[in-house]
Design a protein around this ligand. Structure first.
Ligand code: PEP
Ligand code: MN
Length: 338
């Protein structure tokens, strides 16, 4: 349920409502808007008639149900878009989040060369998997903690923020020690114990859409993280499985404007995994901007032919740099900046 306070409600009246919500066994989620405060009451729906009686408390304007199952990440409770702060950067507002780097961290030279190149081109974040969720158990699984250390070194040299994947609850604290943003891969979108643990940390999380996940599945996965206390979730569209085999996945760009209506969380696009093909990455990256994306994640490798994973979809540093130049024109039209 949502308790909508009157515009002139006092601080004491708001605090009183928060206490009453707790007394009734619900978790209060106050949202202090510019004009008025609304307080979400999250908990067992069966006792909602008791919350309805709060409508008669001084300072309360209305009590109404939250209609979507994703109560905290939906727009019923919070209408304004969330702006997430990551060091000196933000995502969800005017600043466009540009993440670039190899699929996997392979060596010191590879990651540092790539970091310097993507930084020069204009990216603010370096990506690179140290723990890789591969479809085959025989494929390269990542350098693990050694990879995290190399990412940290690349970050110290370039100032880029680090985005890297965590694949198991056991590694959440280890990855959080090195990463600025933790990534949940498509194959782990429904790993609920991982999502719950990520809800308990204070670092932002990029949540990638599962291979066959609906928009509601994705938003419910985000709800798992936010309901544990971590509100800093960034959604990522990375293509879904369809009957089409000409591309690696099918980029469902329509979810970008759709999710911007249904959720206040930022949404970014990964055109690399969505298409799987280098010539398609640039056009789909650019198309994401007018669609309303808050950022892009793009695979870049200094020598894609020798990449341990995803060479075919990785841009060369020069190609990435050209793409960023092109991107800037679209960002200007969209009222965004790098
Ligand atoms: C990745 O970004 O490294 C990755 C494995 O992507 P996805 O989870 O979207 O397949
Ligand atoms: Mn990859």
């Amino acid at each position: 349920m949502i308790i909508v306070m009157q515009q002139d409600a006092t601080k004491e009246q708001i605090e009183h409502i928060i206490d009453r919500i707790k007394d009734l066994g619900y978790t209060p989620h106050p949202i202090y808007g510019e004009k008025r405060t609304v307080v979400g009451a999250i908990g067992d729906e069966r006792g909602k008639f008791r919350l309805e009686s709060l409508a008669s408390v001084p300072g309360v304007d209305a009590v109404m149900p939250i209609l979507t199952p994703y109560k905290l990440v939906g727009t019923d409770l919070k209408g304004e878009h969330s702006v997430i702060t990551i060091g000196e950067h933000t995502v969800g507002g005017d600043e466009f989040m540009l993440i670039a780097g190899p699929c996997s961290v392979e060596s010191r030279e590879q990651i540092i060369t790539t970091a310097k190149a993507v930084k020069k081109a204009g990216a603010q974040y370096l990506r690179g998997g140290a723990f890789k969720p591969r479809t085959s158990p025989y494929a390269f699984q990542g350098l693990e903690e050694e990879g995290l250390k190399l990412l940290k070194e690349a970050s110290d040299i370039t100032g880029l923020k680090i985005v890297t994947e965590v694949i198991t609850p056991t590694d959440v604290l280890l990855v959080a020690k090195y990463a600025d943003v933790l990534q949940v891969g498509a194959r782990n979108m429904t790993n609920f114990s991982l999502l719950k643990d990520l809800g308990k940390i204070t670092k932002p999380v990029i949540l990638k859409r599962g291979l066959s996940a609906t928009v509601q599945d994705l938003l419910m996965a985000a709800e798992y993280i936010v309901s544990e206390g971590n509100e800093d979730v960034i959604l990522c569209e990375r293509g879904i499985r369809t009957f089409e085999t000409a591309t690696r996945n099918t980029l469902d760009l329509s979810v970008v404007p759709l999710i911007r209506k249904r959720s206040h969380l930022p949404i970014i696009v990964d055109p690399s995994h969505a298409t799987g093909k280098r010539p398609l990455v640039g056009p789909m990256a650019l198309a994401s901007i007018p669609a309303g994306a808050d950022g892009l994640m793009i695979e870049v490798h200094p020598n894609p032919e020798e990449a341990f994973s995803d060479g075919a979809q990785s841009l060369l540093p020069d190609e990435f740099s050209e793409l960023v130049k092109e991107m800037k024109k679209y960002l200007k039209l969209a009222g965004k900046r790098l």
